[in-house]
Design a protein around this ligand. Structure first.
Ligand SMILES: Nc1ncnc2c1ncn2[C@@H]1O[C@H](COP(=O)(O)OP(=O)(O)O)[C@@H](O)[C@H]1O
Ligand SMILES: [Mg+2]
Length: 394
């Protein structure tokens, strides 16, 4: 019997784990990428050179490859091309409307409003027309492009002048020119990895987050399982399911970010996709034994999925903090990886690269992932490993 075929959208380092997973599951794997030298191509069976956001191109390639399903990991905008392809070819996935709801923060928050999902006060600013929203603003607030990710274009504003420059900064990082200004939610930030099968919602794991905080709120660490599970599981489950319903996720993964405020959980954003930052490729399998990548691939191809937890452990990732300048030397990587419980140590920048101030997720230099029996253990293993690593800059 011929192998079942799956199309993975994107072949960058971020997608290598899902390409490899699909191969391991026995699928024949096609990939599309704008970059003909993308690192993931060599792991796939078939490649077509087209941009991952070219909906028509991605759809045609998928049809030509005769894929039974199409999916990806850790990337937002290609979800629109995937949804278009699912609609056109009758494959299992999200609708185009859901893809828009989950990749445009203005549409998203309007859906939250409509479905009574708790969220922040907000104003939408089109083409920097700031005067129209001024009276609705309470400081501090946060400016964000409606259609970017990885904290690109995200900045706090504490007063009128910061609001002006903040909107400018978000505008420069937006595709459509639309910016959303939100009330700054105060509390503990978590994300929820969830999964829908035929309209039923499952929480796979809850993650505690560490960010750089103001001004840019870049994610610098994730730990699982969240400490909030003990006291707030039901509330978190309910708001997650409501948010998935609001944007229309019926089948497949969701990555839901929320703030646990004094007046309960409030939504920050939802992605109709697998979470990035190694949360779904590594942290979820390490803390639960659930192979969420496998489930995503199999569901997309109409095959049976297994999302039952296999064990209750803990996992954590911590990104490195370094000085600013050109990286001169990196030492201690081997020593760090030899520590008991360390799962991976990896650099995203190397000698000769610039270590910049961390303004978005691309600026991060490297990371450590660990597994432990408790969240305290996994986090402290990461910290111990980070202490061994010295990144010198000049
Ligand atoms: N309304 C808000 N209140 C407080 N913090 C926020 C708010 N919106 C965003 N943030 C912070 O900024 C980060 C990035 O914002 P997010 O909406 O998730 O954009 P992105 O798509 O870039 O991830 C969040 O993880 C969170 O730490
Ligand atoms: Mg986010």
């Amino acid at each position: 019997m011929a192998l079942k075929k799956v199309m993975i959208v994107g072949a960058s380092a971020l997608q290598v784990p899902i390409i490899q997973k699909a191969k391991e599951l026995g699928y024949e794997v096609g990939v599309v990428d704008f970059n003909p030298n993308a690192v993931g191509i060599k792991y796939a069976d078939w490649f077509h050179n087209v941009s991952t956001i070219d909906a028509n191109g991605v759809c045609k390639a998928t049809e030509e490859f005769e894929a039974s399903g199409i999916t990806t990991v850790a990337t937002d905008m290609p979800m629109r091309a995937i949804a278009y392809t699912c609609d056109k070819l009758g494959l299992i996935g999200i609708s185009e409307e859901t893809a828009l709801n989950a990749t445009d923060k203005a549409r998203m928050i309007k859906k939250f409003e409509e479905f009574n999902v708790p969220h922040s006060r907000y104003s939408v600013v089109e083409n920097k027309k700031i005067e129209e929203i001024k009276e609705n603003i309470i400081y501090p607030c946060i400016c964000k492009p409606v259609d970017n990710s990885g904290s690109r274009g995200v900045i706090i504003a504490n007063n009128d002048s910061e609001l002006h420059s903040g909107i400018e900064y978000s505008y420069e990082n937006s595709r459509s020119g639309t910016v959303i200004v939100e009330e700054l939610l105060i509390g503990r930030e978590i994300s929820v990895e969830a999964f829908a099968v035929n309209g039923s919602f499952y929480v796979i794991q809850i993650t505690d987050k560490i960010t750089t905080g103001a001004p840019h709120f870049v994610e610098m660490g994730h730990s699982q399982p969240s400490e909030a599970i003990a006291t707030m599981y039901q509330e978190i489950y309910d708001i997650t399911a409501k948010a998935m319903l609001a944007v229309g996720i019926q089948n497949g993964p969701a990555h839901v970010e929320m703030m646990l405020t004094e007046s309960g959980p409030k939504l920050i954003e939802i992605g109709a996709r697998l979470g990035g930052d190694f949360i779904t490729t590594d942290l979820v399998p390490l803390s639960t034994g659930i192979d969420i990548l496998a489930a995503t691939i199999r569901l997309a191809c109409g095959d049976k999925v297994d999302i039952e937890p296999k064990f209750n452990r803990a996992s954590a990732i911590r990104y490195m903090k370094t000085g600013i300048g050109k990286i001169k030397s990196i030492t201690g990587l081997e020593e760090a990886s030899e520590i008991n419980g360390v799962y991976r140590v990896s650099m995203q920048k190397n000698i000769g690269d610039m270590a910049e101030e961390i303004c978005d997720s691309i600026d991060r230099v490297g990371y450590v992932i660990a597994q432990g029996e408790s969240i305290e253990e996994a986090s402290s293993i990461c910290e111990k490993a980070l202490k061994k690593i010295a990144v010198k800059v000049e």
